[in-house]
Design a protein around this ligand. Structure first.
Ligand SMILES: Cc1cc2nc3c(=O)[nH]c(=O)nc-3n(C[C@H](O)[C@H](O)[C@H](O)COP(=O)(O)OP(=O)(O)OC[C@H]3O[C@@H](n4cnc5c(N)ncnc54)[C@H](O)[C@@H]3O)c2cc1C
Length: 536
Protein backbone atom coordinates (compact mmCIF):
# COMPACT_ATOMS: atom_id res chain seq x y z
CA UNK A 1 0.00 0.00 0.00
CA UNK A 2 1.36 3.43 -0.89
CA UNK A 3 1.24 5.64 2.18
CA UNK A 4 -0.08 9.17 1.86
CA UNK A 5 -1.85 11.23 -0.74
CA UNK A 6 0.07 13.04 -3.44
CA UNK A 7 0.19 16.75 -2.67
CA UNK A 8 -1.59 19.21 -4.90
CA UNK A 9 -1.95 22.71 -3.58
CA UNK A 10 -5.78 22.73 -3.86
CA UNK A 11 -6.01 19.52 -1.82
CA UNK A 12 -5.26 21.24 1.41
CA UNK A 13 -8.06 23.60 2.13
CA UNK A 14 -8.93 22.39 5.58
CA UNK A 15 -7.83 23.71 8.95
CA UNK A 16 -5.30 21.62 10.79
CA UNK A 17 -4.24 21.78 14.43
CA UNK A 18 -0.62 20.99 13.61
CA UNK A 19 1.72 20.67 10.64
CA UNK A 20 4.53 18.11 10.74
CA UNK A 21 7.36 18.57 8.21
CA UNK A 22 8.70 15.13 7.27
CA UNK A 23 7.32 11.62 7.66
CA UNK A 24 10.21 9.78 9.32
CA UNK A 25 9.36 7.80 12.43
CA UNK A 26 9.87 10.98 14.47
CA UNK A 27 7.29 12.90 12.42
CA UNK A 28 4.81 10.05 12.19
CA UNK A 29 4.99 9.22 15.89
CA UNK A 30 4.45 12.84 16.94
CA UNK A 31 1.56 13.08 14.46
CA UNK A 32 -0.02 9.84 15.70
CA UNK A 33 0.30 10.81 19.37
CA UNK A 34 -1.25 14.23 18.71
CA UNK A 35 -4.01 12.52 16.72
CA UNK A 36 -4.75 10.31 19.72
CA UNK A 37 -5.32 13.52 21.68
CA UNK A 38 -7.92 14.69 19.17
CA UNK A 39 -5.65 16.89 17.07
CA UNK A 40 -5.99 17.04 13.32
CA UNK A 41 -2.45 16.76 11.95
CA UNK A 42 -1.06 17.45 8.50
CA UNK A 43 2.16 15.59 7.66
CA UNK A 44 4.06 17.01 4.68
CA UNK A 45 6.70 14.75 3.12
CA UNK A 46 9.03 15.96 0.38
CA UNK A 47 9.86 12.53 -1.07
CA UNK A 48 7.35 10.62 -3.21
CA UNK A 49 7.33 7.83 -0.61
CA UNK A 50 6.49 8.34 3.07
CA UNK A 51 8.49 6.98 5.99
CA UNK A 52 11.86 8.76 5.83
CA UNK A 53 14.56 6.18 6.58
CA UNK A 54 11.85 3.58 7.21
CA UNK A 55 10.71 3.65 3.58
CA UNK A 56 11.47 0.90 1.09
CA UNK A 57 12.23 1.21 -2.60
CA UNK A 58 11.48 -1.21 -5.40
CA UNK A 59 13.45 -1.99 -8.53
CA UNK A 60 13.30 -4.86 -11.06
CA UNK A 61 10.71 -6.63 -8.93
CA UNK A 62 12.82 -6.51 -5.76
CA UNK A 63 12.30 -4.43 -2.64
CA UNK A 64 14.87 -3.11 -0.14
CA UNK A 65 14.64 -1.22 3.14
CA UNK A 66 16.93 1.80 3.37
CA UNK A 67 17.37 2.46 7.08
CA UNK A 68 15.90 -0.36 9.16
CA UNK A 69 17.90 -3.57 9.50
CA UNK A 70 16.95 -4.60 12.99
CA UNK A 71 15.25 -3.10 15.99
CA UNK A 72 15.69 -4.15 19.59
CA UNK A 73 13.28 -4.22 22.53
CA UNK A 74 10.23 -5.03 20.43
CA UNK A 75 10.30 -8.81 20.65
CA UNK A 76 8.64 -8.94 24.05
CA UNK A 77 4.92 -8.00 24.15
CA UNK A 78 5.13 -5.89 27.31
CA UNK A 79 8.39 -4.08 26.57
CA UNK A 80 7.97 -0.30 26.50
CA UNK A 81 9.03 0.06 22.86
CA UNK A 82 6.63 -2.69 21.76
CA UNK A 83 3.82 -0.91 23.58
CA UNK A 84 4.66 2.44 22.01
CA UNK A 85 4.63 0.92 18.52
CA UNK A 86 1.36 -0.85 19.39
CA UNK A 87 -0.14 2.43 20.49
CA UNK A 88 0.81 4.48 17.46
CA UNK A 89 -0.16 1.72 15.01
CA UNK A 90 -3.30 0.62 16.89
CA UNK A 91 -1.69 -2.79 17.25
CA UNK A 92 -1.27 -3.31 13.50
CA UNK A 93 2.55 -3.36 13.37
CA UNK A 94 3.99 -6.83 13.97
CA UNK A 95 7.57 -7.92 14.58
CA UNK A 96 9.56 -11.02 13.73
CA UNK A 97 12.34 -12.07 16.04
CA UNK A 98 15.73 -12.63 14.39
CA UNK A 99 16.52 -15.70 16.45
CA UNK A 100 19.33 -16.50 18.86
CA UNK A 101 22.15 -14.76 16.99
CA UNK A 102 21.55 -11.19 15.85
CA UNK A 103 25.06 -9.95 14.99
CA UNK A 104 28.18 -11.79 13.83
CA UNK A 105 31.35 -9.74 14.43
CA UNK A 106 34.09 -10.83 12.05
CA UNK A 107 37.80 -10.01 11.93
CA UNK A 108 39.55 -11.95 9.18
CA UNK A 109 38.97 -15.60 10.07
CA UNK A 110 37.77 -14.92 13.63
CA UNK A 111 34.07 -14.68 14.35
CA UNK A 112 32.20 -13.65 17.50
CA UNK A 113 28.47 -14.15 17.82
CA UNK A 114 26.24 -11.72 19.71
CA UNK A 115 23.52 -13.87 21.19
CA UNK A 116 20.08 -13.00 22.52
CA UNK A 117 19.57 -12.70 26.29
CA UNK A 118 21.85 -10.84 28.67
CA UNK A 119 23.01 -13.97 30.51
CA UNK A 120 23.74 -15.76 27.24
CA UNK A 121 25.50 -12.69 25.82
CA UNK A 122 27.71 -12.42 28.86
CA UNK A 123 28.49 -16.17 28.94
CA UNK A 124 29.40 -16.16 25.27
CA UNK A 125 31.78 -13.23 25.70
CA UNK A 126 33.43 -14.98 28.65
CA UNK A 127 33.80 -18.10 26.54
CA UNK A 128 35.58 -16.06 23.84
CA UNK A 129 37.72 -14.15 26.34
CA UNK A 130 38.72 -16.33 29.29
CA UNK A 131 40.41 -14.29 32.03
CA UNK A 132 38.33 -11.19 31.17
CA UNK A 133 35.30 -12.16 33.29
CA UNK A 134 35.59 -9.18 35.66
CA UNK A 135 35.98 -6.70 32.82
CA UNK A 136 32.92 -8.16 31.06
CA UNK A 137 30.80 -8.06 34.23
CA UNK A 138 31.84 -4.47 34.93
CA UNK A 139 31.18 -3.51 31.31
CA UNK A 140 27.64 -4.89 31.47
CA UNK A 141 27.06 -3.13 34.78
CA UNK A 142 28.16 0.18 33.26
CA UNK A 143 26.03 -0.31 30.14
CA UNK A 144 23.00 -0.92 32.37
CA UNK A 145 23.73 2.03 34.61
CA UNK A 146 24.34 4.42 31.70
CA UNK A 147 21.09 3.43 30.00
CA UNK A 148 19.16 3.72 33.26
CA UNK A 149 20.39 7.30 33.49
CA UNK A 150 18.94 8.08 30.04
CA UNK A 151 15.41 8.15 31.49
CA UNK A 152 15.81 11.41 33.36
CA UNK A 153 18.07 12.80 30.62
CA UNK A 154 15.29 12.22 28.07
CA UNK A 155 12.55 13.47 30.39
CA UNK A 156 14.38 16.73 31.07
CA UNK A 157 14.23 17.53 27.36
CA UNK A 158 10.45 17.71 27.39
CA UNK A 159 10.21 19.97 30.44
CA UNK A 160 9.17 23.61 30.09
CA UNK A 161 12.28 25.86 30.08
CA UNK A 162 11.73 27.28 33.58
CA UNK A 163 11.38 23.85 35.17
CA UNK A 164 14.31 22.54 33.12
CA UNK A 165 16.53 25.38 34.28
CA UNK A 166 15.73 24.54 37.92
CA UNK A 167 16.03 20.75 37.75
CA UNK A 168 18.06 20.17 34.59
CA UNK A 169 21.53 19.79 36.09
CA UNK A 170 20.29 17.30 38.64
CA UNK A 171 18.32 15.27 36.10
CA UNK A 172 21.15 15.09 33.58
CA UNK A 173 24.09 14.71 35.94
CA UNK A 174 24.33 10.93 36.07
CA UNK A 175 23.87 10.55 32.31
CA UNK A 176 26.51 13.16 31.51
CA UNK A 177 28.99 11.24 33.66
CA UNK A 178 28.80 8.53 30.99
CA UNK A 179 28.10 10.62 27.90
CA UNK A 180 31.11 12.87 28.52
CA UNK A 181 33.48 9.94 28.07
CA UNK A 182 34.35 8.29 24.78
CA UNK A 183 33.61 4.60 24.39
CA UNK A 184 37.32 3.88 24.15
CA UNK A 185 38.11 5.74 27.37
CA UNK A 186 35.58 3.69 29.28
CA UNK A 187 36.62 0.37 27.78
CA UNK A 188 40.33 1.00 28.27
CA UNK A 189 39.49 1.63 31.92
CA UNK A 190 38.14 -1.93 32.08
CA UNK A 191 40.56 -3.98 30.01
CA UNK A 192 43.78 -3.78 28.04
CA UNK A 193 42.62 -6.56 25.73
CA UNK A 194 42.37 -4.88 22.31
CA UNK A 195 40.48 -7.78 20.81
CA UNK A 196 37.83 -7.62 23.52
CA UNK A 197 37.47 -3.86 23.00
CA UNK A 198 37.10 -4.37 19.24
CA UNK A 199 34.45 -7.06 19.75
CA UNK A 200 32.47 -5.05 22.32
CA UNK A 201 32.41 -2.14 19.86
CA UNK A 202 31.59 -4.42 16.92
CA UNK A 203 28.25 -2.65 16.43
CA UNK A 204 29.76 0.85 16.24
CA UNK A 205 28.29 1.22 12.74
CA UNK A 206 24.85 1.39 14.39
CA UNK A 207 25.76 4.87 15.60
CA UNK A 208 28.45 5.73 13.08
CA UNK A 209 31.52 6.59 15.15
CA UNK A 210 34.45 4.37 16.10
CA UNK A 211 35.34 3.96 19.81
CA UNK A 212 37.77 6.90 20.20
CA UNK A 213 35.14 9.34 18.90
CA UNK A 214 31.77 8.06 20.11
CA UNK A 215 30.13 8.91 23.40
CA UNK A 216 29.97 5.91 25.73
CA UNK A 217 26.34 6.73 26.51
CA UNK A 218 25.39 6.23 22.86
CA UNK A 219 27.36 3.01 22.71
CA UNK A 220 25.61 1.77 25.87
CA UNK A 221 22.14 2.63 24.55
CA UNK A 222 22.70 0.70 21.33
CA UNK A 223 24.28 -2.34 22.99
CA UNK A 224 21.53 -2.56 25.60
CA UNK A 225 18.87 -2.05 22.89
CA UNK A 226 19.86 -5.41 21.39
CA UNK A 227 20.47 -7.41 24.58
CA UNK A 228 17.20 -9.25 23.99
CA UNK A 229 17.95 -9.79 20.32
CA UNK A 230 16.84 -8.05 17.16
CA UNK A 231 13.51 -7.97 15.35
CA UNK A 232 12.26 -6.93 11.93
CA UNK A 233 8.87 -5.54 10.87
CA UNK A 234 6.66 -8.25 9.37
CA UNK A 235 5.99 -7.19 5.78
CA UNK A 236 9.13 -5.03 5.61
CA UNK A 237 10.04 -1.66 7.07
CA UNK A 238 7.43 0.20 5.02
CA UNK A 239 4.88 -1.38 7.37
CA UNK A 240 5.96 1.16 9.98
CA UNK A 241 4.52 4.08 7.99
CA UNK A 242 1.71 1.94 6.59
CA UNK A 243 0.37 1.05 10.04
CA UNK A 244 0.74 4.51 11.59
CA UNK A 245 -0.92 6.40 8.73
CA UNK A 246 -4.49 5.18 9.56
CA UNK A 247 -4.07 6.41 13.14
CA UNK A 248 -3.30 9.91 11.84
CA UNK A 249 -6.28 9.71 9.46
CA UNK A 250 -8.55 8.54 12.27
CA UNK A 251 -7.83 11.82 14.04
CA UNK A 252 -8.89 13.72 10.89
CA UNK A 253 -5.32 14.25 9.71
CA UNK A 254 -3.49 13.26 6.53
CA UNK A 255 -0.04 12.46 5.16
CA UNK A 256 0.93 14.10 1.86
CA UNK A 257 3.91 13.02 -0.24
CA UNK A 258 5.62 15.12 -2.95
CA UNK A 259 4.99 17.90 -0.45
CA UNK A 260 8.27 19.74 0.04
CA UNK A 261 8.28 22.58 2.56
CA UNK A 262 10.39 25.58 1.56
CA UNK A 263 10.10 27.70 4.68
CA UNK A 264 8.59 27.81 8.14
CA UNK A 265 6.55 31.00 8.41
CA UNK A 266 7.25 32.94 11.59
CA UNK A 267 5.13 35.97 12.48
CA UNK A 268 5.10 37.98 15.68
CA UNK A 269 7.60 35.63 17.28
CA UNK A 270 5.52 32.54 16.58
CA UNK A 271 5.60 29.77 13.98
CA UNK A 272 2.26 30.06 12.19
CA UNK A 273 2.60 27.78 9.19
CA UNK A 274 4.72 26.75 6.22
CA UNK A 275 5.42 27.92 2.68
CA UNK A 276 5.54 25.02 0.28
CA UNK A 277 8.05 24.67 -2.57
CA UNK A 278 5.25 25.63 -4.98
CA UNK A 279 4.66 28.87 -3.04
CA UNK A 280 1.43 27.74 -1.40
CA UNK A 281 1.09 28.76 2.24
CA UNK A 282 -0.53 26.52 4.84
CA UNK A 283 -1.26 27.77 8.32
CA UNK A 284 -1.64 25.95 11.65
CA UNK A 285 -1.08 26.90 15.29
CA UNK A 286 1.69 24.30 15.76
CA UNK A 287 4.59 23.47 13.43
CA UNK A 288 6.81 20.44 14.07
CA UNK A 289 9.95 19.75 12.08
CA UNK A 290 11.21 16.21 11.45
CA UNK A 291 13.64 17.48 8.80
CA UNK A 292 16.63 17.43 11.17
CA UNK A 293 18.00 20.32 13.16
CA UNK A 294 20.51 21.32 10.45
CA UNK A 295 17.80 21.62 7.80
CA UNK A 296 15.33 23.25 10.17
CA UNK A 297 17.62 25.96 11.49
CA UNK A 298 19.95 26.09 8.49
CA UNK A 299 17.42 26.40 5.67
CA UNK A 300 13.76 26.16 6.69
CA UNK A 301 13.96 29.36 8.73
CA UNK A 302 14.79 32.45 6.75
CA UNK A 303 17.99 34.40 7.37
CA UNK A 304 16.31 37.13 9.37
CA UNK A 305 14.44 34.79 11.71
CA UNK A 306 17.47 32.53 12.16
CA UNK A 307 19.57 35.57 13.06
CA UNK A 308 17.01 36.98 15.45
CA UNK A 309 16.88 33.74 17.45
CA UNK A 310 20.58 32.94 17.06
CA UNK A 311 19.79 29.35 16.10
CA UNK A 312 22.48 28.95 13.43
CA UNK A 313 25.18 29.67 16.00
CA UNK A 314 24.15 26.47 17.72
CA UNK A 315 24.75 24.45 14.57
CA UNK A 316 28.46 25.22 14.87
CA UNK A 317 28.53 23.14 18.06
CA UNK A 318 27.53 19.90 16.33
CA UNK A 319 28.79 17.93 13.34
CA UNK A 320 26.84 15.94 10.76
CA UNK A 321 27.06 12.16 11.12
CA UNK A 322 28.76 9.81 8.66
CA UNK A 323 27.52 9.16 5.16
CA UNK A 324 27.48 5.77 3.49
CA UNK A 325 27.39 3.66 0.36
CA UNK A 326 24.90 0.82 0.27
CA UNK A 327 24.95 -2.06 -2.18
CA UNK A 328 21.45 -3.39 -2.79
CA UNK A 329 21.50 -6.93 -4.18
CA UNK A 330 18.68 -9.00 -5.70
CA UNK A 331 18.95 -12.77 -6.16
CA UNK A 332 16.71 -15.15 -8.09
CA UNK A 333 16.93 -17.77 -5.40
CA UNK A 334 14.80 -18.34 -2.34
CA UNK A 335 16.13 -17.70 1.14
CA UNK A 336 15.58 -21.39 1.88
CA UNK A 337 18.10 -22.30 -0.83
CA UNK A 338 20.62 -19.59 -0.01
CA UNK A 339 20.70 -20.33 3.74
CA UNK A 340 22.29 -17.01 4.66
CA UNK A 341 20.70 -16.91 8.10
CA UNK A 342 19.17 -13.76 9.57
CA UNK A 343 22.10 -12.43 11.61
CA UNK A 344 23.89 -9.30 10.39
CA UNK A 345 27.58 -9.55 9.54
CA UNK A 346 30.01 -6.87 10.68
CA UNK A 347 33.18 -7.52 8.71
CA UNK A 348 36.34 -5.74 9.86
CA UNK A 349 39.87 -5.79 8.41
CA UNK A 350 41.54 -5.97 11.86
CA UNK A 351 40.99 -5.32 15.56
CA UNK A 352 41.58 -1.55 15.65
CA UNK A 353 38.41 0.24 14.47
CA UNK A 354 39.74 3.77 14.84
CA UNK A 355 42.89 3.02 12.87
CA UNK A 356 40.89 1.25 10.17
CA UNK A 357 38.59 4.28 9.79
CA UNK A 358 41.42 6.82 9.81
CA UNK A 359 43.51 4.85 7.28
CA UNK A 360 40.57 4.43 4.94
CA UNK A 361 39.55 8.08 5.13
CA UNK A 362 43.15 9.15 4.41
CA UNK A 363 43.61 6.77 1.47
CA UNK A 364 40.49 4.87 0.41
CA UNK A 365 42.09 3.19 -2.61
CA UNK A 366 44.93 1.57 -0.72
CA UNK A 367 43.18 0.63 2.49
CA UNK A 368 40.40 -1.88 3.04
CA UNK A 369 36.88 -0.84 3.99
CA UNK A 370 36.98 -0.17 7.76
CA UNK A 371 33.69 -2.07 7.98
CA UNK A 372 31.38 -3.91 5.65
CA UNK A 373 28.00 -4.52 7.21
CA UNK A 374 25.87 -7.17 5.53
CA UNK A 375 22.15 -7.59 6.16
CA UNK A 376 19.69 -10.18 4.83
CA UNK A 377 16.34 -8.37 4.86
CA UNK A 378 14.32 -10.95 2.94
CA UNK A 379 15.44 -13.67 5.35
CA UNK A 380 14.26 -11.57 8.31
CA UNK A 381 10.75 -10.96 6.97
CA UNK A 382 8.35 -13.94 7.30
CA UNK A 383 6.02 -12.31 4.75
CA UNK A 384 8.72 -11.93 2.07
CA UNK A 385 8.02 -15.22 0.27
CA UNK A 386 4.34 -14.29 -0.12
CA UNK A 387 5.33 -11.09 -1.93
CA UNK A 388 8.48 -12.20 -3.76
CA UNK A 389 8.49 -16.01 -4.07
CA UNK A 390 11.78 -17.55 -5.21
CA UNK A 391 13.74 -14.34 -4.61
CA UNK A 392 16.02 -12.90 -1.94
CA UNK A 393 17.73 -9.64 -1.12
CA UNK A 394 20.99 -8.69 0.54
CA UNK A 395 22.34 -5.27 1.53
CA UNK A 396 25.91 -4.24 2.26
CA UNK A 397 27.03 -0.93 3.73
CA UNK A 398 30.30 0.89 4.22
CA UNK A 399 31.40 4.39 5.12
CA UNK A 400 31.86 7.02 2.40
CA UNK A 401 32.16 10.73 3.14
CA UNK A 402 29.93 13.06 1.15
CA UNK A 403 33.00 14.98 -0.11
CA UNK A 404 34.10 11.98 -2.20
CA UNK A 405 30.95 12.41 -4.27
CA UNK A 406 30.48 16.17 -3.97
CA UNK A 407 31.70 16.96 -7.50
CA UNK A 408 28.48 15.38 -8.83
CA UNK A 409 26.13 17.16 -6.43
CA UNK A 410 24.63 19.38 -9.14
CA UNK A 411 23.88 16.48 -11.47
CA UNK A 412 20.53 14.69 -11.57
CA UNK A 413 19.75 11.29 -10.07
CA UNK A 414 20.41 8.48 -12.60
CA UNK A 415 22.09 11.01 -14.91
CA UNK A 416 25.27 11.82 -13.02
CA UNK A 417 27.62 10.75 -15.80
CA UNK A 418 30.16 8.06 -16.64
CA UNK A 419 32.80 8.97 -14.05
CA UNK A 420 30.26 8.74 -11.26
CA UNK A 421 28.98 5.39 -12.53
CA UNK A 422 32.57 4.14 -12.81
CA UNK A 423 33.37 5.15 -9.24
CA UNK A 424 30.22 3.45 -8.01
CA UNK A 425 31.04 0.28 -9.95
CA UNK A 426 34.47 0.18 -8.29
CA UNK A 427 32.75 0.28 -4.88
CA UNK A 428 30.36 -2.47 -5.97
CA UNK A 429 33.17 -4.79 -7.01
CA UNK A 430 35.21 -4.13 -3.87
CA UNK A 431 32.20 -4.79 -1.69
CA UNK A 432 31.21 -7.92 -3.59
CA UNK A 433 34.70 -9.31 -3.07
CA UNK A 434 34.29 -8.95 0.70
CA UNK A 435 30.76 -10.36 0.63
CA UNK A 436 31.74 -13.43 -1.42
CA UNK A 437 34.47 -14.26 1.08
CA UNK A 438 31.96 -14.60 3.91
CA UNK A 439 28.77 -15.51 2.01
CA UNK A 440 30.21 -17.58 -0.86
CA UNK A 441 26.86 -19.12 -1.76
CA UNK A 442 25.85 -15.77 -3.36
CA UNK A 443 28.50 -16.15 -6.08
CA UNK A 444 26.98 -16.59 -9.52
CA UNK A 445 23.44 -16.04 -8.17
CA UNK A 446 23.21 -12.25 -8.25
CA UNK A 447 20.51 -11.07 -10.61
CA UNK A 448 20.60 -7.33 -9.88
CA UNK A 449 22.70 -4.86 -7.90
CA UNK A 450 22.70 -1.14 -7.39
CA UNK A 451 24.78 1.15 -5.21
CA UNK A 452 23.48 4.21 -3.39
CA UNK A 453 25.91 7.02 -2.60
CA UNK A 454 25.68 9.93 -0.16
CA UNK A 455 24.11 11.87 -3.05
CA UNK A 456 21.25 9.34 -3.12
CA UNK A 457 20.73 9.85 0.62
CA UNK A 458 20.66 13.61 0.09
CA UNK A 459 18.29 13.27 -2.83
CA UNK A 460 15.75 11.12 -0.99
CA UNK A 461 15.92 12.35 2.58
CA UNK A 462 17.29 15.90 2.19
CA UNK A 463 20.20 15.50 4.62
CA UNK A 464 22.65 18.03 3.16
CA UNK A 465 25.77 15.88 3.52
CA UNK A 466 24.05 12.55 3.03
CA UNK A 467 24.33 11.95 6.77
CA UNK A 468 22.60 8.78 7.93
CA UNK A 469 22.27 9.43 11.65
CA UNK A 470 21.60 13.18 11.76
CA UNK A 471 24.27 14.54 14.10
CA UNK A 472 27.43 12.81 15.31
CA UNK A 473 27.00 11.03 18.65
CA UNK A 474 30.11 12.50 20.28
CA UNK A 475 30.39 13.42 23.97
CA UNK A 476 29.83 17.08 22.96
CA UNK A 477 26.51 16.35 21.26
CA UNK A 478 24.93 15.24 24.52
CA UNK A 479 25.96 18.53 26.16
CA UNK A 480 23.93 20.59 23.67
CA UNK A 481 20.96 22.14 25.43
CA UNK A 482 19.42 23.29 22.15
CA UNK A 483 18.79 19.69 21.06
CA UNK A 484 15.33 19.49 22.54
CA UNK A 485 11.77 19.53 21.15
CA UNK A 486 11.02 23.13 22.16
CA UNK A 487 12.77 25.72 20.04
CA UNK A 488 13.34 29.41 20.89
CA UNK A 489 10.47 30.16 18.48
CA UNK A 490 7.05 29.79 20.03
CA UNK A 491 4.94 26.96 18.56
CA UNK A 492 7.86 25.51 16.58
CA UNK A 493 9.03 22.08 17.74
CA UNK A 494 11.66 19.55 16.69
CA UNK A 495 11.07 15.82 16.48
CA UNK A 496 13.10 12.79 15.31
CA UNK A 497 16.67 11.61 15.68
CA UNK A 498 18.31 14.93 16.56
CA UNK A 499 16.25 15.40 19.72
CA UNK A 500 17.82 12.52 21.65
CA UNK A 501 19.59 9.95 19.43
CA UNK A 502 19.54 8.24 16.04
CA UNK A 503 17.97 4.82 15.53
CA UNK A 504 14.32 4.08 14.93
CA UNK A 505 13.81 3.78 18.70
CA UNK A 506 15.78 6.98 19.35
CA UNK A 507 13.87 8.99 16.73
CA UNK A 508 10.61 7.56 18.08
CA UNK A 509 11.49 8.82 21.57
CA UNK A 510 12.21 12.18 19.94
CA UNK A 511 8.63 11.96 18.63
CA UNK A 512 7.24 11.22 22.07
CA UNK A 513 9.17 14.08 23.66
CA UNK A 514 7.90 16.47 20.99
CA UNK A 515 4.31 15.37 21.62
CA UNK A 516 4.87 15.73 25.38
CA UNK A 517 6.24 19.26 24.95
CA UNK A 518 3.37 20.28 22.65
CA UNK A 519 0.65 18.83 24.88
CA UNK A 520 2.45 19.81 28.06
CA UNK A 521 1.93 16.39 29.60
CA UNK A 522 3.71 13.10 30.09
CA UNK A 523 2.69 11.34 26.90
CA UNK A 524 4.59 8.16 27.71
CA UNK A 525 2.43 7.69 30.83
CA UNK A 526 -0.66 7.94 28.61
CA UNK A 527 0.78 5.44 26.14
CA UNK A 528 1.50 2.99 28.94
CA UNK A 529 -2.03 3.45 30.29
CA UNK A 530 -3.58 2.85 26.87
CA UNK A 531 -1.47 -0.27 26.32
CA UNK A 532 -1.69 -1.72 29.84
CA UNK A 533 -2.26 -5.49 29.66
CA UNK A 534 -5.89 -5.11 30.79
CA UNK A 535 -6.57 -3.03 27.63
CA UNK A 536 -4.84 -5.52 25.33
C1 LIG B 1 21.62 2.86 6.16
C2 LIG B 1 20.91 3.03 7.46
C3 LIG B 1 20.72 1.93 8.28
C4 LIG B 1 20.06 2.06 9.49
N1 LIG B 1 19.80 0.96 10.24
C5 LIG B 1 19.07 1.07 11.36
C6 LIG B 1 18.69 -0.09 12.09
O1 LIG B 1 18.99 -1.21 11.70
N2 LIG B 1 17.98 0.08 13.23
C7 LIG B 1 17.63 1.30 13.69
O2 LIG B 1 16.97 1.40 14.74
N3 LIG B 1 17.97 2.43 13.01
C8 LIG B 1 18.67 2.34 11.86
N4 LIG B 1 19.00 3.45 11.16
C9 LIG B 1 18.69 4.78 11.72
C10 LIG B 1 17.24 5.15 11.61
O3 LIG B 1 16.72 4.73 10.37
C11 LIG B 1 17.08 6.67 11.73
O4 LIG B 1 17.80 7.12 12.86
C12 LIG B 1 15.62 7.10 11.90
O5 LIG B 1 14.78 6.40 11.03
C13 LIG B 1 15.50 8.60 11.66
O6 LIG B 1 14.18 9.00 11.79
P1 LIG B 1 13.74 10.52 11.78
O7 LIG B 1 12.30 10.54 12.09
O8 LIG B 1 14.62 11.32 12.64
O9 LIG B 1 14.00 11.09 10.34
P2 LIG B 1 14.06 10.58 8.86
O10 LIG B 1 13.72 9.15 8.74
O11 LIG B 1 15.35 11.02 8.34
O12 LIG B 1 12.90 11.41 8.17
C14 LIG B 1 12.98 12.77 7.91
C15 LIG B 1 12.01 13.06 6.78
O13 LIG B 1 11.89 14.48 6.59
C16 LIG B 1 11.71 14.70 5.20
N5 LIG B 1 12.03 16.09 4.89
C17 LIG B 1 13.22 16.71 5.00
N6 LIG B 1 13.13 17.99 4.61
C18 LIG B 1 11.84 18.19 4.24
C19 LIG B 1 11.12 19.30 3.73
N7 LIG B 1 11.71 20.48 3.53
N8 LIG B 1 9.79 19.16 3.44
C20 LIG B 1 9.16 17.98 3.66
N9 LIG B 1 9.81 16.89 4.13
C21 LIG B 1 11.12 16.99 4.42
C22 LIG B 1 12.68 13.72 4.56
O14 LIG B 1 12.38 13.50 3.20
C23 LIG B 1 12.46 12.49 5.44
O15 LIG B 1 11.44 11.65 4.92
C24 LIG B 1 19.62 3.34 9.92
C25 LIG B 1 19.79 4.45 9.08
C26 LIG B 1 20.40 4.30 7.86
C27 LIG B 1 20.51 5.46 6.95
Amino acid sequence: MKVGKSYKRNDIDEQYDAIVIGSGIGGLSTAALLSKEGKKVLVLEKHYVAGGFTHVFKRNDYEWDVGVHYIGEVNKPHAILTRIFNDISDGALKWEDMGDVYDRIIFGDDEYKFVKGLGEFSDKLKEYFPGEENAIDEYIRMVKEATKATRSFFTEKALPPVVASLTGSFMKGKFLKYSDKTTLEVLQGLTQNEKLIAVLTGQYGDYGLPPAQSSFAMHAMVVKHYFNGGAYPVGGSQMIAETIWPVIQKGGGEVYVNAGVEEIIVKGGKAVGVRMEDGNEIFAPIVVSNAGVVNTYGSLLNEEVAKKYGVRENLKKVTPSVAHVCLYIGLKESGENLKTGKANLWIYPHYNHDKAVNDYLADPQNNPFPVVYVSFPSAKDPDWDNRYPGKSTVEAISLAPYEWFAEWEDTRWKKRGEDYDKLKEEYCQRMLEVIYKYVPQLKGKIDYYELSSPLSTKNFTSYEKGEIYGLDHTPDRFRQKFLRPRTPIKNLYLTGQDVVTAGVGGALFGGILAASAILNKNVIADVLKRTAPEHA
